[in-house]
Ligand binder design. Sequence first.
Ligand code: NAD
Length: 378
Amino acid sequence: MRITVLKETDPFESRVALVPESVRKLVSMQAEVCVEQGAGLAASIEDAEYASAGATLSNDRAALLGTADVLLAVNRPADDDLSRLRSGAVVIAFLRPLDEPEKMRQMLEKELTAFAIELIPRTTRAQSMDGLSSMATIVGYKAVLMAAERMPRLFPMLTTAAGTIPPAKVLILGAGVAGLQAIATARRLGAIVEGFDVRAAAGEAVRSLGAKFLAIDLGGLQAEDAGGYAREVTEEVMDCSRELIARQAKASDCIITSAQVPGKRAPLLVTAEAVAAMKRGSIVVDLAGSTGGNCALSKPGEEVVVNGVTIIAPLNIAATVPLHASQLYSRNLTTFLSIMIKEGQLNLDFNDDIIGPSCAVHQGRAADSRLQAALATK
Ligand code: NAD
């Protein structure tokens, strides 16, 4: 079985799907690993490290694609690359099947078997394969550093000979994996932190990190689905949330937003009025830019300054920490692959409670019911 890793084509991507330590593991499972020359350079990994881990290196991208049994990637491969794969080949990557269902058509037509990292269930057994959590951890951490770098003030309280500096006040919206990591990082830097989420269950996690949880009355509404994700809430709950956030925003030096609902536009939580009420020098870091943003003034990928308040909505934060992002992702992929490899051969058991649900496309059909529905309505 040949596993192939290419250099990512997106000019802003610096991660790589496999790192040498994973190559070594896969080779020990009797897989053959082929890596495109230079694939790891942007993540500070040399070709020689892949070679000494047991990979074969090549600069013939077309041949690498044409002979791959499994193509591992960070982002969904370009149509050009997909067209060079053999029908029946397996693709594993962040494919965005629910956010961009139309872009899955090429894989359907080519009869590829595609596994989307986003569809891996958030279960205890799949925890070590959870690429979304790995990237969200990096994003939450880096978001706080991005804010700290741009703010005209420090995060910690400092008592100096020149007097005392008060700690920064940070508000984190959405307490999933990224939000909780942002809370932990801001706390480590010494800020006073508040967290908000519509899932009541998030309260305990927020408080355990030393932050205050802001709760709203959901009027009996269950905001969490069976998979642990947030549901879309009513307009009434959204209005109530926006009011609470606008009140807290006035006193916050930094707001980091990470609220998402899978397959939907990100909920709008920070209004233009809330930003207008913030102090000059404050900052909003919107981590939901790729799904429309949590702040009304966010421009995905851009930095906007309104009345002295900076609003940034960076799009691929994980790629700004490429070595560790690649390392975590590569370990997730390798654990995922390990349940598919038997005696060096690919053995896809679609009844497996991880393999089945994470398959987006198989034998020319959408395997995921939500993707099926999205494609049927187009
Ligand atoms: P996500 O990226 O889908 O969303 C981020 C956060 O935004 C979530 O906490 C969500 O509740 C919140 N949110 C959505 N709408 C909101 C609104 N209107 N206002 C405020 N907040 C809103 O979440 P995620 O980080 O991918 O985590 C999703 C769930 O999966 C969580 O319950 C998390 O604890 C769970 N999880 C479980 C495992 C596991 O058991 N293996 C691993 C990772 C995550």
